[in-house]
Design a protein around this ligand. Structure first.
Ligand code: DC
Length: 227
């Protein structure tokens, strides 16, 4: 259980479309600031993974079955991050599997699951200063975040980065085109909740290195926290 401390601890919200580098960036920003990071996308993925463990991926999923599956999902503070677990296990590879990726947009479209995830994320923020990432952290979940970042990159670059991450090498033109088409399809499915807050700082990372984008966000966060 996460222990609440205060409701006014700083929150930095990093949102953006699929494969825009949110989670890695959020983790690096958290490390630089001495905060913890919590990834809301991992919670949606964990609910999908738990439901697949319980009922297979062909079963008919409902809000009730997903909330039941969510009972096996926990998010616990460890060094630098909140770790998401399924049945008490670190299930990172499973969370990134093709089966989970194929079902997670459906899971994330269920309002009751969104409420469950948002409550977990707010609990994490009560435990200490935090960098959160997802799609709607700066809009629906933490409208008072000290800094909101909207991270974007051109589709071709997002597809290249995701392919390198998945394959461990540069992709062929065909692999790249397939990944780009998948990203566009996921962006379309997740479009309802994938919107920048009106007061978000937009950062296009297409031509930035990870270190450059992290440095920009850390500088902005320090500026806002001093103000
Ligand atoms: O960022 P990701 O690929 O791990 O996100 C997994 C899914 O969860 C994706 O379909 C978008 C959805 N999601 C969401 O709807 N809201 C969030 N705050 C985070 C993720």
């Amino acid at each position: 259980m996460v222990k609440p401390q205060s409701s006014t601890l700083p929150v930095i919200a990093i949102d953006g479309p699929a494969a825009s580098g949110k989670s890695t960036t959020a983790r690096m920003v958290a490390k630089a600031l001495g905060f913890r990071q919590a990834d809301s996308g991992s919670l949606y993925r964990a609910v999908a993974a738990s439901q697949i463990r319980l009922a297979g991926d062909n079963a008919k999923w409902s809000a009730a079955s997903l909330l039941d599956a969510a009972r096996s999902v926990t998010i616990e503070p460890v060094v630098g991050v909140f770790a998401v677990r399924v049945d008490g296990e670190d299930a990172e590879a499973e969370l990134r599997s093709a089966a989970v990726t194929a079902h997670v947009s459906l899971v994330a479209s269920i309002p009751q699951v969104r409420t469950w995830v948002n409550t977990r994320m707010r609990d994490c923020a009560k435990a200490g200063p935090i960098v959160v990432d997802g799609r709607d952290m700066g809009t629906a979940v933490f409208p008072d975040a000290v800094l909101k970042v909207w991270l974007i990159a051109l589709t071709g670059e997002r597809a290249r980065r995701r392919s390198v991450e998945l394959l461990g090498r540069d992709p062929s033109a065909e692999e790249l085109a397939r990944e780009a088409a998948e990203l566009v399809a996921r962006d379309t499915k997740d479009a309802t909740q994938t919107k920048p807050a009106a007061d978000a700082v937009h950062i296009d990372t297409t031509t930035l290195t990870r270190d450059e984008q992290v440095a920009q966000i850390v500088a902005l966060a320090r500026e806002r926290m001093r103000a």
